[in-house]
Design a protein around this ligand. Structure first.
Ligand SMILES: Nc1ncnc2c1ncn2[C@@H]1O[C@H](COP(=O)(O)OP(=O)(O)OP(=O)(O)O)[C@@H](O)[C@H]1O
Length: 260
């Protein structure tokens, strides 16, 4: 198998601007890689900026195109966000250019309550109580944040957003999910494709991905994303023959899907 670029090569240096009202450095540069979450970036920024670590902090993403600040969840991956910024902003992003992160101290009371109420479970196995209601609540909560993918261990649950979400299917994500253990990064259909592809190569045994759901739930769409990712992965390891076979499977999958 030819070598592939690992995710660590995808690290970026991000500048975290400090909104804490003190005479401190305006920002601190931090290297973030795919395994870094908002939680770990906040911890590092607090240490680097010499802030009071007994206080709680939030990280916000600012995107010029959206013209707003977005509060990030502790489990979000800042690198995933940076990779979607314009190339110029990925390396160096002064505040004035509109793409950056802000570190902000959380309010002492009340402010934190909302954060704990909206605890995010990207794997349903981590739910404290597993009932139909708690599962639906967790999925609903994620869906409202446009997080359409959630794991239940190694099963991927996809909720049909009924609109194209470019943030999910950026081609850079194929590379980002490549060679990563399932569950290390946010749930994604590319992770499922990558793990299946790697298992096939390692074990030299055919693999299958079962997609189930009611009519209109997004099986065909999911299948296309899987094929897209498998095609991209296969181009690195095998000649275009494999790509042709995978693409050719599309109509067969659609037919068997309707004949369920
Ligand atoms: N991940 C997605 N992102 C954006 N839109 C989606 C996604 N999944 C599904 N959709 C939307 O929902 C529509 C129905 O999805 P799809 O055709 O994949 O359903 P299906 O489960 O294959 O249905 P059927 O069983 O009736 O063939 C798609 O045409 C698309 O508009």
């Amino acid at each position: 198998m030819s070598t592939t670029t690992t995710l660590h090569a995808e690290a970026r240096v991000v500048q975290i601007y400090n909104r804490v009202p003190q005479d401190m450095a305006a920002y601190c540069p931090l290297q973030v890689s795919a395994g870094d979450t908002v939680r770990s970036v906040i911890n590092n920024a607090v240490i680097t900026l010499g802030l009071d670590s007994s206080k709680k902090y939030s990280l916000l993403e600012v995107r010029k195109s959206r013209g707003e600040e977005r509060l990030l969840q502790a489990s979000d991956c800042p690198l995933e966000l940076v990779l979607l910024w314009p190339p110029g902003a990925q390396r160096w992003h002064p505040q004035s250019q509109g793409y950056h992160f802000i570190l902000q101290e959380q309010a002492n009371d009340g402010g934190n309550q909302e954060a704990s109420n909206t605890e995010d479970y990207d794997d349903l196995c981590n739910l404290k109580t597993v009932t139909e209601e708690s599962i639906l609540q967790a999925l609903r909560q994620r869906f409202y944040k446009l997080k359409i993918y959630t794991y239940a261990s190694n099963i991927l649950i996809a909720i049909n957003p009924n609109k194209f979400l470019p943030v999910y299917y950026n081609p850079k994500y194929v590379k980002m999910y490549e060679n990563q253990p399932l569950g290390k990064l946010s749930p994604h259909i590319f992770a499922t494709a990558d793990v299946t592809f790697r298992t096939m190569l390692n074990r030299q045994v055919n693999q299958c991905i079962v997609i189930s759901g009611e009519s209109g739930s997004g099986k065909t769409e999911s299948c296309s994303y899987l094929i897209h990712c498998l095609t991209a992965l296969s181009q690195k390891t095998y000649s275009s023959g494999l790509e042709r076979i995978i693409l050719g499977a599309g109509p067969v999958l659609a037919v068997s899907d309707h004949g369920r």
